[in-house]
Design a protein around this ligand. Structure first.
Ligand SMILES: Nc1nc2c(c(=O)[nH]1)N[C@H]1C(S)=C(S)[C@@H](COP(=O)(O)O)O[C@H]1N2
Ligand SMILES: [Mo]
Length: 220
């Protein structure tokens, strides 16, 4: 039995961790939320944690651009003003980080990935997308997921410009997958004809990453 192999301090740590998640779930219900919104193994936080590898890039005005490339007929590159001029959507959604925090009711505004790929005339052979961010960060996802209603290239959070630490000026927001797919400091959307692992996926994270199926790592 596993417990028998633990020393007493290990047992206390394990017990407290279980207690923390159980208490958090009870507190979530007590606040009036449906705890089913919390995927397995996640806890609710009211804060907005900052999570990334490397530095926060800064851009001179007009310097940031977004390219839509790969398996498309008419690749293009646009700046922030052109992105803001495109039809936008705004919605409220929950987000789930693989490091176990979830945040409810985050408000994002931006342009649907679907509309950007339509503008580039994406080829029917494109089955996946690779998001490319500053400093070489990448994240892969199926095209059907990238082109859902709430898969957006976001430039506003909670009614204001996205802060640089949270990926501003522009980040991807894919709320139905673990938040590592939502690349901050987004620079390109590449339509691809095959799936390939992005940054975290190469480091053992799941290729798809559904939080409700707890697809954290390879083999989950
Ligand atoms: N470019 C870039 N985007 C990134 C990351 C990163 O390291 N680099 N980390 C991802 C992870 S693991 C998470 S949980 C979210 C965190 O976003 P936040 O800092 O706004 O909470 O950004 C994702 N996007
Ligand atoms: Mo994350």
């Amino acid at each position: 039995m596993y417990l028998a192999k633990m020393n007493s301090s290990e047992w206390i740590v394990a017990h407290c961790v279980v207690g923390f998640f159980e208490r958090n779930r009870a507190e979530t219900e007590a606040k009036g939320y449906d705890a089913k919104r919390l995927p397995p193994g996640q806890y609710l936080t009211e804060r907005f944690p900052v999570l990334h590898v490397g530095d926060v890039p800064t851009y001179a005005p007009g310097e940031w651009t977004l390219s839509v490339t790969g398996a498309v007929s008419t690749p293009f590159t646009i700046g922030l003003e052109e992105l803001r001029a495109m039809p936008a959507v705004e919605f409220t959604t929950d987000i789930h980080c693989v490091t176990k925090w979830s945040k409810f009711d985050t408000v994002w505004r931006g342009v649907r990935v679907r509309d950007l790929f339509a503008r580039a005339r994406v080829e029917s052979a494109a089955t996946h997308m690779m998001a490319h961010a500053e400093y070489g960060y990448t994240a892969n996802l199926p095209m059907v997921d990238a082109t859902r209603d709430e898969s957006i290239v976001a430039y506003a959070y909670d009614g204001a410009d996205i802060e640089a630490i949270h990926g501003g000026p522009v980040r991807l927001v894919i709320p139905h997958l673990y938040f590592w797919k939502s690349a901050k400091w987004l620079r390109a959307l590449e339509a691809t004809t095959a799936d390939a692992p992005g940054f975290w996926e190469q480091n053992g994270y799941h290729m798809y990453g559904d939080p409700f199926l707890e697809q954290r790592f390879w083999g989950d």
